[in-house]
Write a protein that binds this ligand. Structure first.
Ligand code: MLT
Length: 399
């Protein structure tokens, strides 16, 4: 028998969301006639923008014509998409990113999970608690030393710069699961820490489109000197409804360097290019054309309406929970609402209670780490009708 990667034995038995799906499935089997509302996994419910649908149709027709058919594309993404990403997501905010620094992929989850492969096993990783479980699980799989930074309510759940040296740091803003957003000052502190400690920050800004307060940063590259210390991950999933279509991108700056055997200045960009071109054959042409359409004027208008729709849900949830007596975080510049449970109620117990009494599915805070115990996450990605219905049911809860 072949020996397994024993690090896998250190993982929780299942990934968080399949665990939730299983629990809901069991409940449904026992209660087949009940209407269950899911505000659990952060999956979008609105259809794709029309601009993306038109681009998809056009691209499909091109693929059916011998003169415009395309086989393998560039692994790191087509120029048409990369150039539009740079122009709209960076140049428009005064940030200079080069085409060779962008890598288009099929999802931010894959990117944040895979990127750790270009770091040594000996790297010490710093992760917030609570946290998006992919950062944690993928580093457990790799067998790295992981240090948790407890994020507390008093600090708006922002991770404080630690008093130890971490080689890799994962930051997520707007945050999944807490829905809170790091300020420019918070990010400056982290960039400063990373420059002093020669660490690399993996900055997950998959929810950047939900930041509507212009004083809050959407990109880590808004902070001076950050290109020397940060990789940024972004996605079309929550911005444009691509959870089922799959497209994201990662920025690996040319300035970002690591070391090997005391040899300085090895480019992470070169390593990631090598990894990406070896293990990935690129996002399909038709999907990249759909992603490009997000940056058209029609696309931009539709995205704005989409985000407004979900943020209206966030408001309904926030106000509904407050009216029901809960203390609530997030939900203002983020699609996640993080509610504090009454003292003594465990988050998985609340999950069961909410499902049994209200037929509403949420995500237990402790699923995001011990630091999430006593809290619970709801998403704004449901339909408005269901969100309103869910809040009405939650108001009737008997705790
Ligand atoms: C979540 O619910 O946390 C998200 O859907 C996770 C993801 O984007 O993978």
């Amino acid at each position: 028998m072949s020996e397994i990667n024993k690090n896998y034995l250190n993982l929780a038995q299942n990934y968080l969301f399949p665990t939730i799906t299983k629990k809901v499935g069991e409940f449904k089997a026992d209660n087949p006639d009940e209407e269950i509302i899911s505000l659990g996994i952060g999956d979008v419910t609105r259809p794709l923008p029309k601009a993306c649908i038109s681009a998809l149709h056009k691209a499909v027709d091109e693929m059916g014509d011998a003169s415009s058919f395309r086989g393998y594309g560039p692994e790191q993404g087509y120029d048409f998409l990369i150039n539009d990403i740079i122009k709209n997501d960076y140049e428009a905010s005064g940030i200079k990113i080069l085409p060779e620094e962008i890598f288009v992929s099929d999802g931010a989850k894959c990117d944040v999970g895979n990127v750790q492969e270009i770091f040594a096993k000996s790297c010490r990783v710093a992760i917030s608690d609570p946290v998006y479980p992919v950062y944690l699980d993928t580093n457990i799989m790799a067998g790295r030393e992981i240090s948790k930074i407890l994020c507390k309510e008093e600090n708006n759940f922002n991770p404080a710069v630690p008093d130890f040296k971490a080689d890799i740091i994962y930051l997520c803003s707007p945050n999944n699961p807490t829905g809170t957003v790091m300020t420019r000052e918070d990010l400056k502190n982290w960039v400063n820490y990373a420059r002093i400690n020669k660490s690399v920050i993996i900055f997950d800004s998959a929810y950047k489109e939900y930041v509507r307060d212009s004083s809050l940063p959407r990109s880590i590259y808004e902070i001076e000197g950050s290109k020397e210390v940060a990789i940024e991950v972004r996605s079309f999933s929550k911005t444009a409804g691509f959870t089922g279509l799959r497209c994201a991108y990662m920025v690996v700056p040319l300035e970002l360097k690591g070391t090997a055997c005391a040899k300085d200045a090895i480019s992470f960009n070169t390593l990631w290019r090598r990894r990406h071109t070896t293990k990935f054959n690129g996002v399909s042409y038709i999907v990249q054309r759909a992603a490009q359409a997000v940056f058209s004027s029609e696309g931009k208008q539709e995205i704005k309406e989409l985000i407004n729709y979900y943020m209206q849900n966030a408001k309904i949830i926030t106000e509904g929970l407050q009216a029901a007596g809960f203390t609530v975080f997030g939900g203002v510049n983020a699609p996640y609402i993080w509610l504090k449970l009454p003292a003594g109620i465990k988050s998985f117990d609340f999950f069961d209670l909410l499902l049994r009494q209200a037929r509403v599915v949420g995500t237990p805070g402790s699923g995001f780490g011990d630091g999430g115990e006593g809290y619970f996450r709801l998403t704004a990605f449901g339909s408005m009708e269901n969100t309103l219905k869910a809040m009405e049911r939650i108001r009737g809860l008997k705790l």
